[in-house]
Design a protein around this ligand. Structure first.
Ligand code: ZN
Length: 175
């Protein structure tokens, strides 16, 4: 879709896997959406292979959850279990931010045992920074941002969850 036809969102929230965002900030998302703000959930991968579901089931559940919460949802093509803070991932995030031009960005906190969750936090922080930089011509990979103007968000929020090992006394959702 050409940038000129892309809808803007006031809020974009990034999670590593489908179900991270609804688990960590589902209530916040509902409040934001019901207050009239447009909200986009971005999952960095489609969450396959899922430990506890057949292929495709997680995608269906994610779409249903988005509908219930009143948010839109897209998926980036990273690989579950192998998510890393790479230049390519930062540029993917930066492109989304430049296309949709949100005021507020949410990222799940990098604390916890899952390396995908740890990587997400750095990817989003770095993607937010890349999004506001001009002059990507001549930078390897920078052509991804060529057709979008720089965009600076107003606030980056950290959505904190207790993704901790069992036995530490905190809640440990199965992710
Ligand atoms: Zn997760």
């Amino acid at each position: 879709m050409p940038p000129s036809l892309t809808p803007s969102y006031e809020v974009i929230a990034f999670g590593a896997h489908p179900d991270d965002l609804e688990a960590v900030m589902g209530g916040t998302a509902v409040k934001l959406a019901r207050s009239g703000l447009s909200v986009l959930f971005v999952d960095l991968c489609e969450g396959e292979p899922a430990r506890h579901a057949a292929r495709g089931e997680r995608h269906k559940q994610a779409a249903q959850a988005a509908k219930i919460l009143g948010v839109d949802r897209v998926t980036l093509p990273l690989q579950d279990r192998l998510i890393r803070d790479t230049v390519e991932a930062r540029l993917d995030v930066a492109r989304l931010l430049r296309l949709h031009r949100p005021r507020m960005v949410f990222a799940t906190s990098g604390a916890g045992v899952h390396p995908d969750h740890q990587a997400l936090t750095q990817i989003v922080i770095n993607g937010v920074f890349y999004a506001r930089l001009p002059k990507w011509d001549g930078v390897p990979g920078g052509e991804l941002l060529r057709d979008t103007p720089p965009h600076e968000i107003q606030r980056l929020f950290s959505a904190i969850a207790g993704w901790s090992p069992l036995g530490t006394g905190s809640i440990s959702p199965s992710v």
